[in-house]
Design a protein around this ligand. Sequence first.
Ligand SMILES: Cc1cc2nc3c(=O)[nH]c(=O)nc-3n(C[C@H](O)[C@H](O)[C@H](O)COP(=O)(O)OP(=O)(O)OC[C@H]3O[C@@H](n4cnc5c(N)ncnc54)[C@H](O)[C@@H]3O)c2cc1C
Length: 464
Amino acid sequence: MHRRRFLRSAGLGVPGLAALTSLSACKVGPTDVNAASASSGREQVIVVGAGISGLAAARHLADRGQDVVVLEARDRIGGRIWTSEEWAGVPLDLGASWIHGINDNPIAALAAKARARTVVTDPDSSTDYLPDGSEVDGAQEKAMERRQSKMEDALAAYQDNADEDASVRSVVERALRWSALSDDDKVLASFGLNDYEHEYSGSVNQMSALYFDSGADIKGKDVLFPRGYRQITDLLARGLPIRTGQVVKHIDWNSRGVTVGTDKDSFHADQVVVTLPLGVLQSGAVTFGPGLPASKRTAIDKLGMGVLNKCYLRFPKVFWPDTDWMTYIPELDKYGQWEQWINITRPTGQPVLLGFNAADFGRTIEGWSDTQIVDSAMGTLRTIFGSDIPAPVGHQITRWASDPYTRGSYSYNKIGSTPAMRDHLAAAVGDRVHFAGEATHRASYQTVHGAYLSGIRAAKEITD
Ligand SMILES: Cc1cc2nc3c(=O)[nH]c(=O)nc-3n(C[C@H](O)[C@H](O)[C@H](O)COP(=O)(O)OP(=O)(O)OC[C@H]3O[C@@H](n4cnc5c(N)ncnc54)[C@H](O)[C@@H]3O)c2cc1C
């Protein structure tokens, strides 16, 4: 989730529209994705995974006349794009919400093609609350901005001068002379550290100070989809042969071709595009024969898979301000808990709040029951808005780290990793096995557009 309100970001620029594939020349007519052929014949290309990168690759290949089949473990497409229809008339995104930076963003072009309505959210439209629930005033906000600039300057100086990596936390604590800070100052600085965790999904104890922000800068406004992000994946998937409920177990290749074995079938093709999330690759749930090159195995081991979880709460009425964001600065013993909230009322017209939890706390609460999570969220909301606020009438909660088909939310740069490792992750093996997915995009990892562009890149390795 990219929301740099207090912090400046530096970067390289988002890749342009050139890669946007044509949607007009579907090779196969419109079909229900689940109704694709049940045979396991030989295709030219197998795509593993029906997330945005796999769909982008398959779309590109099918539009250029390749026989392609997409194998997807889940009973739905979209992967980390997942629009819940559980509450009638209120589609909610449990994975990605935003197009981050609409300027030159291929997803913005797809949204226009899908005629999908978007709503801008403004990181500066925010109400911020202190540990006791009182609102941050102008002077306090200025002080926070100064502190956070200091943190960012310390990290930038480290990147310029250090030749050894260290954690974001250790560099910041050293620069702020942590042990000499008052508890109040530590509370504010901790809030700043957790902001990095919400942006990059890794723990600041493990995030690389040298490379945590190595990705591209976000250009333009952030927009979200009141009718859900699935409009984008549905558009890309139209007419593609997609086999859902196929859990890939092994991918083997030799000079004659590729065999992909699932829990049900065996598929054969000339080439395969693998879009398994980094967390799945790390888990070893899918084996590769005759084995992956050492550089790719190192990249899989060293890059980090972070966590960002969502908790939607639906109330009988609105009791919060009409800013897009609300932030809460907790006491030190509640580090990282319920610090960031977004007001879903404006996009949906419904009294719904969305609370985020990232990194360690985001991971910890996956072991809690829904009731425990909602109680914990309500504790923070009651501190801010008082004990007489209504109880929620519904909730929807994600547990991305426990999900066997992603094992985390998105990749981040962990101590010991380097940006070049993303290129190693992306590299084809033996001209038969191609790799895509958000973690393989050096400039725009962590994003939908990065994943999309990686799928196009992998497909072009086959067609160009
Ligand atoms: C909570 C959350 C919020 C986010 N917010 C944003 C945002 O606002 N904006 C943004 O740009 N990005 C956001 N992201 C990141 C974005 O969602 C991802 O970068 C992007 O969707 C990843 O696409 P992908 O194709 O690489 O992977 P995925 O979408 O994960 O696709 C991989 C596919 O492979 C399938 N698969 C896994 N294992 C197997 C197997 N063994 N056999 C067969 N299939 C398998 C999975 O089911 C999945 O469908 C968010 C992510 C999360 C989790």
